[in-house]
Structures are given as C-alpha cells and as structure tokens.
Design a protein around this ligand. Structure first.
Ligand SMILES: *[C@@H]1O[C@H](CO)[C@@H](O)[C@H](O)[C@H]1NC(C)=O
Length: 568
C-alpha cells in the first residue's frame, strides 16, 4: 500500500471488517463506505448473537477453533466480546485441550499468519525483524520454540498456536490490550519426522539446531526485545523442552523481566489448589508427604513453591525437601541413582530404589500425589484405592494436558475414593455424580488462573525481575478466593466464569507485594491500585472513529485518513 489510493482502499476495507454493520450512518458517510454494507445497523449484541448461532452449527472442536480464530482476524473486539460472554465455554477451545489438536494440524487449518516468526537463520538481525512488527508498545511477549507442546511433543513451528492462545487469554482473562501482546515462534527446526515430511508444514525443514547457535539466538532475542520494548517488557516462556526451560530460566531470570509458565505458572496454580485443599483437610502444608509422578518442569516448579510455602510455616529448608518425593521414567528418585540432573538431585533422598509407582505409593503412603508426566492413566485403580485407604481425604492431582494425557479421570478419582478424594486436573472434566447422588465439580488447575493476573500485575507496575515470591503471592491470593461453598462442592478454584475478576484481584495483590518489596519501578506508586489496573484494561466496546482531513504527501489530492484510535 505504498500507493495512496491503494492505502486508502485498504483502510476502508479494514474498517468495514473492524466492526462491520455496527457503523452508524454518519460514520459510513464520513468513511466513504456508505453502500458497502447492508443498510441495517446492528449493534455488537446482535453481532454476538450471530456469532453464537454460527458457532452452534460447527461440528467439532477443531471447527470451533478455526471459526473463532477467523473471528479474531476479522473483528478482534467482537472476538473478545464472544470469549467474555462465556469464558468457561470458550476457554477449552482457544486453550487446552483443543489448542493442542489445533497445533497438531496447524498447517492444515492455517489461514492467516498471527504472531512473529523468528528463525535460527535470523541471527544477527533479530532487532530488524522486530522492527517489522507494526505495534511499538509491546508489554508482554509469549515465546516458544515448539519443542514440547503441552504433553504432545515436538510440534516445531506448529507450536505457534500456543503463544497465540496464551496471549488471547492475557486479554480475555487479564484484560491486557491485545495490541500490547506479541506471540513469538523461535523456529530452530524440528526433530519430528512426521512434520519434516508433512507437505503442509509451515516451519524450517531441518533438524533442530542446538548448542551455541541456539543459545546465541536466545541471547540475541532477549536483548533485542528488551532494547526495543523496555526492560519491563514481560517475556513469558512457553513449552520449551526441559533442558532448555530450566537453563534459560536460571540464565535470564535476574537479567530480564521473564518467567517460565510451565515451571512457575503451573507451580502457582497447583500450589493454589493445594492451599485450598488444606482448607478442607484442616492441615498445614508441612503436615503432608507429596509424591510427584514426573520430575520435569512442572514437578520442579511445584515442588519449589511447596517448599517455600512450608518454609513460611516455619519448617527448615532441608526438612521441607524431605517431604517431597519424585518418580520419573526410571522410577523413584533416590540418592546415588544414575541419570540425576542438578534439579532432580535436590529431591533425591536416602531410600532403596523402586521402579513402579504402585510400589512407591504403598511404601511412602503419601497424603498427596501429583501427576505431571503426561503418562495417561498413571494413577491406576490400585493407586487411587491405596491413597483412599491411607488417607481420610487423599489429595489426587492429575495435572497433565491435554485431557487424553491425564493420570486419571475425575470420575475414577471420585468413584474409587467414594467421594473422599480431593481432585484437580489440568484439562477440564465434567462434573461427576456418584451412585448415591452426590455431585462433585472437579477443580481445573488451569494456568489461566495465574498467568494473566500475574502478567497484568507485573506490567501494571513495571516490575523488572519476576521473583518466585510473586508466584507464591499469586497462589495464596487465588486460594483465598475459593469460597466455602466452592470447597463443599469439590472445587479447589473459583469458577472459571469469574476469571476476569480473579485476574484483577491477583494483579492488585502482586502490585501491593511489589511496592512493599521494592520490585516495582512505576513511580509514583498509584494509591488506588485497582483503579490503576482498571484504567489499563481493554474494552470490547467499539472505538469511536476519528476522521481527519489529510493530505497525502505523494500526490496533492486531498483524502480522508481514518484513524481507528490505536489501531492500524
Ligand atoms: C510429531 O508431530 C505430529 C503432528 O503434529 C504430532 O501428532 C506428534 O505428536 C509429534 N511427535 C513427536 C514425537 O513429537
């Protein structure tokens, strides 16, 4: 659109798309789009109704995903209005589990690019690639290299669906304006043979580049983002493989404004669930013995926060560590075992090695088990029954995503424990009715309870380094929002429908914490934090169009430039 009349035309078309038939007659006349729209004027409520009716006609979840993404491209405000009209209904579509399915078929459902693609071959030029992104004020970046998408494995460039979905939730749940969010794919190749042979694959067709070249890419990326958008631009890492996730978090956490959602976000949401469970069992965190099935990013993150919570109760650090056990693909992690990474070493205790999870549970008689290894069905009938025999209220968290990877179903948990199990899952499960008529609403330990609120809080007061305490603060705040009624029904989290409010409350808590601990750099400190956060939030109401007379520089014909506020 270098040529002005083309540019004008493009603006017009974009505006027609932006809010369609919601333009008033005056706007249509001023914009010169009168006649290009059907004569009827309809408001956003009616547009919402039309979307919902169309949505109901879709055959399956993947179709629903494609439909919603199409809407996001066409009319962003309406898209968010739709999501907010029923978050509980749409979240499983734009996020886990459906987003997993979408990523597996990303090449097939590809319509229009979304987000920024940076490849290993862009080394040395990342700053100029960032210059190509039209928005200048980015507050949150979500980045993946696609190596470990949910529990699905290496999806390479198809993993872009994850940052796109996550950031949609920043807006839908946290109220962060979408133009301030940037999804990024760092494409370094893929080791997935299926994708390398897939004619529809959208990424680089070679094996993953590792080692120094990879590290250089990440260093350059972090620096380029912070240079362009500021040291307080939040960079959220998502779905990197274990080895890189820990390493990069350790490397960058004190240098940039960054966190890893799989490690820290998952930890906060799981610990919030545990803190809520403690309100049911009327016990302290340090009264518990916890066994993890899995010793990856999620397990380490959760264990770290549990340890912090126990320390806060007054227990010494090494005593806390002793209450946590981990089982990986080679069995129980014990002192002296082979293949122990630095992270695993901390949770290796003096104990004979045991291979099977069943035996570990029988031997250690834990009060809580937490599944995070994406081994579907790992919590066997035997294990669940055993947990119910050792404990009045066994805590059973099947956190692996998507649903197909869950360690057990909600129904299995409630049935085999006769309703005594305290259950949470990563992906949603329907309510369960036991034969005696009691009904349970399984808690979904959805990261979306945490990262949008945390992101909002961090960006709202320009925190530059995201400490672990911020996540414990978020977990405590979240657990605090669960009502007695919720707990009685088995819910360990507030209803998803209240997530916007939850995120705001978390953000306020984080701001308070940040100013108390000198982490916030926004000055002066806003006295009314809630009002401050409200003022930053995105509205789904259509903008008023400001119409200016404008003289195109290239020719002398006067034209009308259309500025849809912060858009275009
Ligand atoms: C490879 O990609 C396919 C298609 O996206 C996916 O279903 C599969 O899980 C991936 N396999 C591995 C081993 O990562």
């Amino acid at each position: 659109f270098l040529h002005c009349s083309k540019k004008f035309c493009w603006l017009m078309v974009l505006c027609v798309f932006l809010q369609g038939m919601a333009f008033s007659l005056e706007e249509r006349l001023q914009l010169g789009i009168h006649g290009l729209l059907p004569p009827c004027f309809i408001n956003q409520d009616v547009q919402l109704l039309r979307v919902l009716k169309n949505y109901d006609m879709k055959r399956d979840d993947l179709d629903r995903y494609v439909f919603l993404m199409g809407l996001q491209d066409r009319n962003e405000k309406l898209f968010y209005r739709v999501l907010l009209s029923d978050v509980e209904r749409f979240m499983p579509i734009i996020y886990t589990p459906t987003v997993g399915l979408a990523c597996q078929q990303y090449g097939l459902i590809f319509r229009k690019p979304r987000g920024l693609f940076i490849t290993i071959h862009d080394r040395g030029h990342i700053a100029s690639v960032l210059q190509n992104w039209p928005e200048k004020d980015i507050r949150a970046v979500c980045v993946t290299d696609g190596e470990r998408i949910l529990g699905l494995g290496d999806l390479g460039c198809y993993g872009m669906g994850i940052p796109v979905g996550k950031l949609a939730l920043y807006t839908a749940c946290g109220g962060m304006p979408p133009q301030q969010c940037l999804p990024v794919m760092l494409d370094v190749g893929t080791d997935n043979e299926t994708l390398l042979k897939d004619p529809l694959y959208i990424g680089l067709r070679h094996k993953r580049v590792r080692g120094q070249a990879y590290d250089d890419l990440l260093d350059e990326f972090m620096k380029a983002v912070s240079d362009r958008y500021g040291m307080d631009c939040l960079i959220q890492f998502e779905d990197f493989a274990n080895v890189n996730a820990f390493r990069l978090l350790t490397k960058y956490r004190n240098q940039y404004c960054t966190f890893n959602d799989d490690i820290q976000g998952t930890a906060a949401v799981a610990v919030a669930g545990l803190l809520a469970a403690l309100r049911i069992t009327k016990s302290k965190m340090c009264d518990h013995t916890i066994v993890f099935q899995g010793a990856g990013e999620a397990a380490m993150g959760i264990a770290e926060l549990i340890t912090m919570a126990m320390e806060k109760e007054g227990l010494a650090k090494d005593e806390c560590l002793k209450k946590i056990w981990m089982v990986d693909s080679k069995g129980l992690i014990v002192k002296g075992r082979d293949h122990l990474t630095h992270e695993k070493e901390r949770f290796a205790h003096d104990h004979p090695h045991m291979k099977k999870l069943e035996d570990v549970i029988q031997e250690l008689k834990p009060t809580a088990i937490i599944g995070v290894a994406a081994v579907a069905g790992a919590f066997s009938e035997q294990i669940i029954r055993d947990m119910a025999s050792f404990n009045e209220r066994p805590i059973i968290f099947a956190l692996s995503n998507p649903t197909s990877k869950a360690e057990c179903t909600a129904e299995q948990c409630y049935t085999l424990t006769e309703g005594r199990g305290i259950f949470a899952s990563g992906s949603p499960f329907d309510p369960v009715t036991l034969p005696d008529g009691r009904m349970f609403y399984p808690g979904q330990g959805n990261n979306a309870y945490i990262f949008p609120g945390v992101g909002l809080g961090i960006t709202a007061c320009a925190i530059q380094h995201v400490t672990e305490e911020i996540f414990l603060t978020a977990a405590e705040a979240l657990a605090h929002l669960v009502t007695e009624k919720d707990l009685a029904e088995g819910r360990l989290y507030p209803p998803l429908s209240s997530i916007r409010d939850v995120s705001l409350k978390l953000a306020v808590k984080i701001m308070e914490y940040a100013y108390e601990h000198n982490l916030a750099t926004l000055r002066p400190e806003p006295s009314d934090k809630q009002a401050h956060i409200h003022s930053l939030c995105y509205s789904t109401d259509y903008d008023e169009f400001v119409v200016d007379s404008y003289r195109w520089p290239e020719d002398s014909v006067s034209a009308t430039d259309v500025q849809c506020h912060h858009k275009m």
